[in-house]
Each structure stands twice: as structure tokens, then as C-alpha cells.
Design a protein around this ligand. Structure first.
Ligand code: CU
Length: 162
């Protein structure tokens, strides 16, 4: 089950590649692309990260692609593994982050957070802090709604890997 899902993910959004990082270091993991879009390609949802759930392994790279303008990706302070580093990418720019620490990472787009432009990255066995993400302080109704939808799908993934 786990292998099947991972294989599916790699067909959808990930390419096996090495990423050239600032400073010349090379990441050896998989690169997972997340598109920043004004409209979901397969639904009427506006302002989305696509895919909004990524399953990765420690050392993998997440590549945020600025397909449409005015988006970025910022981790919530209370939605990352303890001791892990978050990130904040520049608006309108493609950006790559390497996820090192195992766990769940919640992030949002600054201009569209209140509209529910949010996403989840699960690194390795994310069960360590996954449940704590549900306790995070969310203010906007659309933001809460999108997270409920993401959690409903992620519950199966995290539950299945535990
Ligand atoms: Cu946005």
C-alpha cells in the first residue's frame, strides 16, 4: 500500500533528479514539484498549491513553481516538526527547499492564506508531530475549511505509514 501510493505520487509530481542548491551542494533525494496556481487544474478551487499534499523522504527537495503570479510558500510556526527549520519563499519566484527532519510541515501562501491557499508536506514517518498540526491556531474560515479537507486525506496516509 505504502509503495503503491509512493509510486503514484512519483508519477504525478515528482521527478527523480538531483537538485543544485545554493552554495553548490547537491541534494541526492527526489525533487517534488508543487505548482502555485490561481485555479486548480481539475476543479473550480481558486488559489491552490498543487498538489496540496506531498509525501517526501528526508533529504528530498520541494520545488515551488511560480506558475501564476503573486504566490509564495511560508511554513506556519506551529506546524513544523520540533527543531526543524521552516522556510519563506519570495513572492513570484520559483524556490527549492530541502526537507531534512522527519515529520509534517504545514505551509501557506502569504497573500492568499485567508482564502485557504495552504499545503502539507509529509516527510518520512510524519506521525511524530502530525496530530499537533490539528491544534494549530487558524483564523480564517476558508483556511480552516481547506485544512479540514487536507487532514481528511492525510489521515489515511499518516495512519497507513504508522
Ligand atoms: Cu497565493
Amino acid at each position: 500500500m505504502k509503495l503503491t501510493r509512493r509510486t503514484t505520487m512519483s508519477l504525478l509530481g515528482a521527478t527523480a533528479a538531483t537538485a543544485l542548491l545554493p552554495g553548490g551542494a547537491r541534494a541526492t533525494g527526489t525533487v517534488h514539484e508543487v505548482q502555485m496556481l490561481n485555479k486548480h487544474p481539475d476543479s473550480n478551487e481558486r488559489m491552490v498549491f498543487h498538489p496540496d499534499i506531498v509525501e517526501a523522504q528526508p533529504g528530498d527537495t520541494i520545488r515551488f513553481v511560480s506558475v501564476d503570479p503573486a504566490h509564495n510558500a511560508v511554513t506556519y510556526d506551529d506546524m513544523i516538526p520540533e527543531g526543524a527549520e521552516g522556510w519563506k519563499t519570495r513572492i513570484n519566484k520559483d524556490a527549492e527547499v530541502v526537507v531534512e527532519a522527519e515529520g509534517a510541515y504545514g505551509y501557506y501562501c502569504q497573500p492568499h492564506k485567508a482564502l485557504g491557499m495552504v499545503g502539507l508536506i509529509l516527510v518520512g514517518d510524519a506521525s511524530g508531530n502530525y496530530a499537533s498540526l490539528k491544534e494549530a491556531n487558524l483564523r480564517a474560515p476558508n483556511e480552516k475549511k481547506r485544512w479540514q479537507d487536507i487532514f481528511a486525506r492525510a489521515d489515511e496516509i499518516v495512519g497507513g505509514s504508522a
